[in-house]
Design a protein around this ligand. Structure first.
Ligand SMILES: Cc1ncc(COP(=O)(O)O)c(C=O)c1O
Length: 320
């Protein structure tokens, strides 16, 4: 079935071996470089946006509205994609969306990083006081309605681009990686990366292992729902809740807050291989990979999927 798609990224992204880290860690370690998509300073969202903006344009959208953390990588990449397509972009944000009250202390600055990049392309960013994800979604809906009252046709996009369309992009991305890895490890949050890859590798030996950036065990329920949406889109069966493997113990102090382990992983890969990770997602995911190797839970031929996020290196409040 034809799915509208626009071209944003340079694919396939590089996939190469990490010789020094392989020797050091005692595994055959490879890296998939979605930090090098060539679009909007890189990151996994460029893939999703090729299909999301394709669909938005096919529906005649004049404004794209979403939500996320103030320093969201998705908001930055959506803003750039929208600008490229001549569509306005608005986003509702909270510094640290969180289910806990009071929220955790800020991990990132309120300007610089992704916020600064968003200003270059004219994102209409509305920052609200911290609260829950449900409250943030309600703010996004208010924003969408505000744009509609201005007479614009609005395309609504869930946090992180995690619609079935976004997950479809990662099902397709799976084809850039052969079936001969023992496992693929990556940062997992709003779910379309993990759901797409879980569908792509379900009938292979490759285990798809997410390392959570959010401390919410019920995240797998959301993944299962997204998988049902993807199965409805593509045909075939959804992946069950209990088939998703997400490691929850690498979040550190909380979502959006850098951790000691994550930052140590950034130092490790930068000093060993000359490759930077980010403090909120990919650094914590690589810390998870190091820990899983240490525990003997993974071995053999391993692919680390670098999902980007590098602008947040320039929005750190302090180093841990
Ligand atoms: C750098 C980075 N890595 C990983 C993720 C997680 O991807 P997903 O939201 O598809 O689970 C995100 C999402 O915000 C991200 O920005």
């Amino acid at each position: 079935m034809h799915r509208p798609k626009i071209s944003l990224i340079q694919a396939p992204t590089p996939l190469h071996r990490l010789d020094r880290a392989s020797v050091d860690m005692g595994i055959d370690l490879w890296i998939k470089r979605d930090d090098l998509t060539g679009f909007a300073m890189g990151g996994n969202k460029g893939r999703k946006l090729e299909y999301i903006m394709g669909e938005a344009l096919a529906q005649g959208a004049e404004a794209a509205v979403t939500c996320g953390a103030t320093q969201s990588n998705f908001i930055r990449q959506l803003g750039v994609a929208a600008a490229v397509c001549g569509v306005q972009c608005a986003a509702a944000a909270m510094q640290t969306p969180c289910e806990f009250n009071p929220p955790l202390t800020d991990g990132l600055t309120r300007d610089g990083g992704n916020v600064a990049l968003g200003e270059w392309v004219g994102i209409d960013l509305h920052v609200y006081p911290d609260g829950t994800w449900d409250e943030l979604n309600a703010h996004a809906e208010d924003l969408a309605q505000m744009y509609e009252r201005r007479g614009l046709r609005v395309y609504r996009i869930p946090v992180g681009g995690s619609s079935p369309t976004g997950a479809y992009a990662f099902w397709e991305a799976g084809r850039e990686v052969g079936p001969d890895f023992d496992c693929i490890v990556f940062a997992s949050s709003s779910g379309s990366t993990q759901v797409g890859l879980a569908h792509a590798f379900r009938d292979t030996k490759t285990k798809v292992l997410g390392v959570a950036s959010d401390p919410e065990p019920e995240i797998v329920e959301d993944f299962a729902e997204l998988s049902r949406g993807l199965a409805a889109l593509m045909g075939g069966e959804p992946v069950d809740t209990n088939e998703f493997r997400v490691f929850q113990d690498m979040v550190g102090p909380g979502y959006g807050i850098p951790s000691k382990e994550g930052n140590d992983a950034i130092r490790y890969l930068a000093r060993k291989e000359g490759i930077f990770l980010d403090p909120i997602y990919s650094g914590k995911a690589f810390a998870g990979l190091l820990e899983l190797v240490k525990r003997g839970e993974i071995e053999g031929r391993v692919c680390f999927w670098h999902t980007g996020g590098l602008p947040n290196l320039f929005a750190m409040r302090s180093m841990v």
